[in-house]
Each structure stands twice: as structure tokens, then as C-alpha cells.
Design a protein around this ligand. Structure first.
Ligand code: GLC
Length: 710
């Protein structure tokens, strides 16, 4: 069993300098399974140590594991218990694969709608981000596997990710970008991964204030800090700033060799000519410079001892040093498959549903249209890619569920998500345009097919990836034209959007229903069918704001992607709904934070305060079908002279089942985070006064109000 707080100091003292240096950097995994590998010290019975990606499931070259939905889908459930269960399942799959640490959760705040990795993150809100990060960490660590919250911190874009400096004020750091990591540490994370980017001019691997003074000293983090891959800026700078483990610790070529990375992958943007010369980013620092730095005293010997102790301490914590690690591993179990489907279904958001177009009747004849309906939308490109043992496409899922007929037309060219790996669904695969029934992409044929059916279901998708941001929020290719043509022809049109974040929906007024299912993972078709046919009440809610692309606070170039190598975070705390709800906001969101419809109808009673940190409300399901509601509570602070605060901040929420015709009393705890603000000179401050607590279905659908005082 795990040995928490084992004293490893004697073991550290027994190690030679070379042995210590070998424990704080990666090497090539002789088995070729681990993303990150540290060889042990057999002389002292220190075993090998393996780390594997990623937030959506365990990635082992050539092997399959459960492909869970995108993290943004998991957050859309607004039910952190589901995320904890996902953490448990991923840890079990890690154990079954001989991996001691999971390189996840990814929890950077969704600041920029275009960010290529939004699918790997949770929300534009720090309370949702913190709750889900903590839940996944608790799940992973409960199985004696180490969680690795990433990427610390302010890694909110992919453009120039190796060099860009997030120029961000302390208040925004404290109120938005740090809380998720603090919650993950409080939840017991054994490690934290530093980001590639700089913060206020300093690379995160070398950022002493944020890595040592905040993460370790202020929050009491006693695990190890691991670099992102090739993300160590300097040996002395990083070691003395608080970095404990350099990954992968080997050259990019050695990594390609060991891990089947596509040598041409955009994994590591080499930056523009003037920023970093090719190859500069992939030189292992600790491997080449650390020993001499310790011998010269540039890196104090006791800092190296601390680095080693932190790594061995976590190995001891999970039972690795006393040889009884690994029980309870399990891959691709029925429970994991069921959980993947539950997460995908619960994370599906019903954005629009005119005239009860959904749920579909069992005997409806369906025209299923879209270039991707014959394959599950597993995820985005990059290190989070997972190869499942089984996957269910929308076509398979709907054909299995319906009593009606299902006709299929691709309509447009296939949209391909780039892959980092040789065995991934890479660009240009020869099956790129193979469609069932030998169909070819033809918008007119899709419109004709829709005309003949009772309802047209058009599945559209984007293609996001690590290493690149989206040029536009418009859907790739001619998908918008496809939706418009089908909507012109069909009696009823349902659009299913499979995206990694907010997208433009130019045809939204021309269609009858819109469902956002994000990247649903291996259970795609089954989860989609359960929502479309009403077996599951769509209870997903938006963890990000959908809005016109040029209305986001980061629309200005100096904010995103930045000018030169600096991105100005001068929107401060006004990110997402905090921006759109501001009194001087010019634009209305298309669909607001927290939005999502249900097939049931909910009525709210009055809100009443419970103590000074909770609120309760009665919720009645006034429909004839069981439903699930996500009750949300937002706090509106009192006005304080000279202080600009968001109009409202999410303080609490709960996903609750309410049977047809029944009433439930829902009590929500109010996070103190929604009351406090960070003052650059005073630190955390809670202004005295009356706070309005809004209770409702979304940030813009408030059903009851009350007040609490501070
Ligand atoms: C990547 C990613 C990180 C991942 C690591 C190992 O570049 O930024 O999320 O865990 O390298 O694949």
C-alpha cells in the first residue's frame, strides 16, 4: 500500500552525484511505452518510473485504452463526481499499462476561443476549472497513481507557445489562472507540469516566484515539478527556480526513435526565424549541464537533494519503493466504457430546440449528413491522442437506436484532425475520402437526401490540435454551406456540432435544433443517439461563452496571439462571461456561459440563504418526463469605489435529477472565491457589504435572487 510521507532522506544520502543526476531527468524507455521515463537505481532498489499522457485517456504507442471525451465535455456536465470517476478509471488504465503517473489533467483557463487545446481544458471560469481539476486529481491519486496538473501557468494559446510571454497582472493570475492549480495541489497532486510559455518575461521552467514561492512555499506543494517536454529553458535557472524533473531529458531524435513521434510533427513549434533557431528548443539541459552546475556550486547540492527527494517521495507515496505497486489495474473494462458514454451524453449541450424538434421519435426516417458521421470524434490532435479498443460512430449509434430508416450522405470533404503520431489518424490517409456505400461528397445529394426524410441530422466538426490555434471560429471547409443547403431542403433540421470550443454558427436561425457534443470520444454515436432520442435528458451546460468571434475580449491582436513575443492580458479578470456581462460590453453572447436546454421544464421557487455560505431553492420539474437540471448560483458584489469587478461570478452549482412532476430542494455551497478579490497591495480582500446571490439556469437566466452579507 502507499507509504505517504515516507522519509527518503537516507536513500538520497546513499546516492552518488551521477545517480542523483540520473533521477532528475528523462531517458529513453527501453520498453517504449512511457511518454516520460526515469531509469531506476537497481543498486538501491529504486525501480524505473514511467509517466504517460494524457487528460483524455492513457496513450501507449501501439496499444489501445479508453478514449474519454474532451475535458471541455466533462466540464459541461457540471458534475465533478463524474470527473473523479474518470480519474479513477484513467489511473486503473495507467496501472494496467505499467505507468506510474498520468500527465493530466490539463486545466489552463479557456481565455481564447481559438486556442487549439481548449478541448483539453475545462472552462472560462476558475471555480469550474478548480472543481474539475481537483476531482480528477483525487480520482487518479486514490488509485496510487500520480496526477500531473498542467500546464503551470497561463498556457492559454498555442501560437508561439515555446516563447510567448503572457503579460498578465497579479490580480488576473490570482483570480483566474492560478486557482485551478491551487485546487489541484490541495486535492493531493503528486506533481505539477510547468508550461512552455513565459509569464511576464520569465520562462515557467525558470520562474522562481511562481514555482517556488507560490506553488511550493505558499501552497505547500511537496511533490515534484516536471517540465513540459523540451520545455526547460536553462539548467541552472530551472533547477534553482524549483524545477525538479526535466522531460524528456533526451534529444528529439531519441524521442522519435523511442516513441514513434512523427518527425515532421508540429509538436514543437520551432518559432519564427528570429525567435529560436531550429533545434534550440530540444536540447536536454539537465542531461548536459546539471552535474557540472552542482560541482561548481551554481546549483546548490541541497537543491539537487531536494529535487531527488521530491521524486523519490512521490514514488514512495504510491508504494513504488516497497515493491507493492500496481494492483487494481484494468484496461477497457465495461465500467470504463459505460463511463465514457455517460460522460459524453451528460456533457452534450442542447443549445436550441424549437418546437420540440428533439427528442426524435423512434420511427422517424433520418437523413444523417456530414463528412465525419462514419467515425467517432475521438479528440483533437497532439499528445492527448488516444487509440480506443472500440469506437461507435454517429452512423452506427443512430442506426442501432432508431426503428426508422437512416440514409447517409457525407455532403462535403472529410475534415481531418492532424495527428502527432505515426499511427494516428494523420492528414492524407488513404481512407480520407472513403465513405460508406461508396458515397462521394456532394452538397446537392445531401439536400436531396434530407428532402426525403422526416428529419435531417447534420453532424459538423472542427479540427483542433495542440501546437496550433484556430485561424477562425468558422467551421472548416464547406460545412456551413452544407448546413444551409440541408436546412433549405429538410422538413426539420438538427445540427450536431463536434468542436473543441466555441464556434461560429451562422445558420443557427435556419435550423430547428442545435446540439454541442464537443469531442465525445469512443462512445460518440451511442451517447449522441441517447440524447437525440431522449433516453438521456441533455443536461450539459456551456462552460464557455459562444459569441461572435470579434466580440471576445481577446479579439485584439496584442492580446491574442500577441505582438512579437508578448501577449497582453490587459483584459485583466474580464474573460468570458465576466467580459460579456460587463456594463460597458458592446456585444451579446450567442449562447451564454451556463446555457443549456433540457427536454423537461423546470420552475424555481424562492432562493433562501442557508448560513452565510450556502443558498437553497426548490426546483420543480413541471413536465411529464424525468429531467436533470444544473442549478447555478452567481454572486454580484457590492460596488466599491475605485474597484472594477465582474458583474457576477459563479459561486456554486449542482446537477440534480428531478423526476416528472416532482420538486427537489437544491442546496448550493457558495465558494468564497466568488466573494473575494485580489488586491495587488492588500492581497485577498473581501469587501464588506451586501452581495446579491442570483440562482438560475445560466449566467443570463436568473430565476431567483437573495442576498448575503460579508
Ligand atoms: C506536450 C504537451 C504536454 C504533454 C507532453 C508529453 O508537448 O504540452 O501536455 O503531456 O508534451 O507528451
Amino acid at each position: 500500500m502507499a507509504s505517504p510521507d515516507t522519509d527518503v532522506s537516507d536513500l538520497v544520502d546513499s546516492l552518488s552525484l551521477d545517480e542523483k543526476c540520473s533521477l532528475v531527468r528523462g531517458a529513453a524507455d527501453p520498453e517504449g511505452t512511457a511518454t516520460g521515463y526515469v531509469p531506476g537505481v537497481p543498486r538501491l532498489d529504486i525501480p524505473e518510473f514511467r509517466l504517460a499522457d494524457g487528460p483524455l485517456g492513457i496513450r501507449i504507442p501501439g496499444r489501445s485504452s479508453t478514449a474519454f471525451p474532451a475535458s471541455i465535455a466533462v466540464a459541461s456536465t457540471f458534475d465533478p463526481e463524474l470527473a473523479r470517476r474518470q480519474g479513477v478509471a484513467m489511473a486503473r488504465e495507467a496501472k494496467a499499462s505499467g505507468q506510474h503517473a498520468v500527465l493530466g489533467p490539463g486545466l489552463n483557463l479557456i481565455r481564447v476561443p481559438n486556442c487549439g487545446r481548449n478541448f483539453e481544458y475545462y472552462a472560462e471560469d476558475p471555480v469550474v476549472t478548480a472543481d474539475f481539476a481537483a476531482a480528477v486529481v483525487e480520482g487518479i491519486q486514490s488509485e496510487d497513481v500520480l496526477a500531473t496538473p498542467k500546464h503551470y501557468v497561463a498556457n492559454n494559446q498555442e501560437t508561439k507557445r515555446l516563447v510567448v510571454s503572457a503579460e498578465v497582472g497579479e490580480r488576473a493570475l490570482r483570480e483566474l489562472y492560478l486557482p485551478g492549480f491551487e485546487a489541484a495541489v490541495e486535492a493531493g497532486a503528486g506533481s505539477v507540469m510547468t508550461a512552455y510559455n513565459r509569464v511576464n518575461g520569465t520562462h515557467m521552467s525558470d520562474h522562481r516566484r511562481l514555482v517556488t514561492e507560490v506553488l511550493k512555499d505558499e501552497w505547500g506543494f511537496d511533490g515534484y515539478v516536471v517540465s513540459d517536454w523540451f520545455g526547460t529553458e536553462s539548467a541552472v535557472g530551472a533547477a534553482t527556480a524549483g524545477l525538479d524533473l526535466e522531460m524528456p531529458g533526451i534529444s528529439l531524435e531519441a524521442l522519435h526513435e523511442a516513441f514513434g513521434l512523427d518527425p515532421d510533427a508540429e509538436m514543437l513549434e520551432e518559432g519564427d526565424d528570429e525567435s529560436i533557431p531550429a533545434g534550440e528548443t530540444t536540447t536536454p539541459r539537465f542531461a548536459t549541464e546539471l552535474k557540472s552546475a552542482v560541482e561548481s556550486g551554481a546549483v546548490p547540492a541541497d537543491r539537487l537533494d531536494d529535487m531527488v527527494a521530491r521524486i523519490l517521495g512521490q514514488m514512495a507515496r504510491i508504494g513504488l519503493l516497497d515493491g507493492d505497486w500496481g494492483d487494481g489495474g484494468a484496461l477497457d473494462t465495461p465500467d470504463h466504457r459505460d463511463l465514457a458514454e455517460t460522460l459524453a451524453a451528460r456533457g452534450t449541450v442542447l443549445l436550441k430546440n424549437d418546437d420540440g424538434s428533439l427528442p426524435l421519435s423512434d420511427d422517424a426516417d433520418v437523413a444523417l449528413v456530414g463528412p465525419g458521421v462514419a467515425e467517432a470524434m475521438l479528440g483533437g490532435g497532439g499528445s492527448s491522442e488516444v487509440t480506443p479498443a472500440r469506437e461507435v460512430s454517429a452512423l452506427e449509434g443512430i442506426r442501432a437506436r432508431t426503428d426508422g430508416s437512416v440514409a447517409f450522405e457525407p455532403g462535403v470533404e472529410r475534415v481531418v484532425t492532424p495527428s502527432f503520431f505515426d499511427d494516428g489518424p494523420a492528414d492524407g490517409d488513404d481512407h480520407a475520402d472513403d465513405f460508406p456505400g461508396g458515397k462521394t461528397p456532394d452538397i446537392d445529394a445531401a439536400a436531396d437526401c434530407a428532402r426525403e426524410a422526416d428529419v435531417a441530422v447534420v453532424v459538423v466538426r472542427d479540427a483542433t490540435t495542440e501546437g496550433a490555434d484556430r485561424e477562425t471560429l468558422r467551421l472548416p471547409g464547406e460545412q456551413d454551406e452544407l448546413v444551409a443547403a440541408v436546412a433549405d431542403a429538410a422538413a426539420r433540421t438538427v445540427v450536431v456540432v463536434q468542436s473543441g470550443g466555441p464556434v461560429e454558427l451562422p445558420w443557427r436561425d435556419s435550423v430547428d435544433a442545435i446540439v454541442e457534443s464537443w469531442y465525445p470520444g469512443q462512445a460518440d454515436g451511442d451517447a449522441l443517439a441517447s440524447v437525440l432520442y431522449g433516453d438521456a435528458d441533455p443536461s450539459g451546460r456551456l462552460p464557455v461563452t459562444f459569441a461572435p468571434e470579434d466580440s471576445y475580449p481577446t479579439a485584439a491582436e496584442e492580446r491574442f496571439p500577441g505582438v512579437g513575443e508578448e501577449a497582453q492580458y490587459d483584459e485583466g479578470v474580464f474573460v468570458g462571461y465576466r467580459h460579456f456581462d460587463a456594463a460597458d460590453a458592446d456585444d451579446e453572447p450567442t449562447y451564454p456561459f451556463g446555457h443549456g436546454l433540457s427536454y423537461a421544464t423546470f420552475e424555481y421557487g424562492d432562493a433562501e440563504v442557508r448560513g452565510d455560505d450556502a443558498v437553497a431553492v426548490e426546483v420543480t420539474n413541471a413536465s411529464d418526463r424525468d429531467g436533470r437540471e444544473v442549478v447555478q448560483a452567481y454572486v454580484r458584489p457590492p460596488a466599491v469605489a475605485g474597484v472594477e469587478r465582474p458583474m457576477r461570478e459563479l459561486a456554486g452549482y449542482a446537477a440534480v435529477e428531478v423526476a416528472a412532476g416532482e420538486t427537489e430542494t437544491v442546496e448550493l455551497s457558495l465558494s468564497e472565491h466568488a466573494f473575494r478579490r485580489y488586491d495587488d497591495s492588500e492581497g485577498w480582500t473581501v469587501d464588506a457589504g451586501e452581495y446579491v446571490v442570483e440562482v438560475g439556469r445560466s449566467s443570463r437566466d436568473v430565476r431567483a435572487e437573495t442576498t448575503v452579507s460579508r
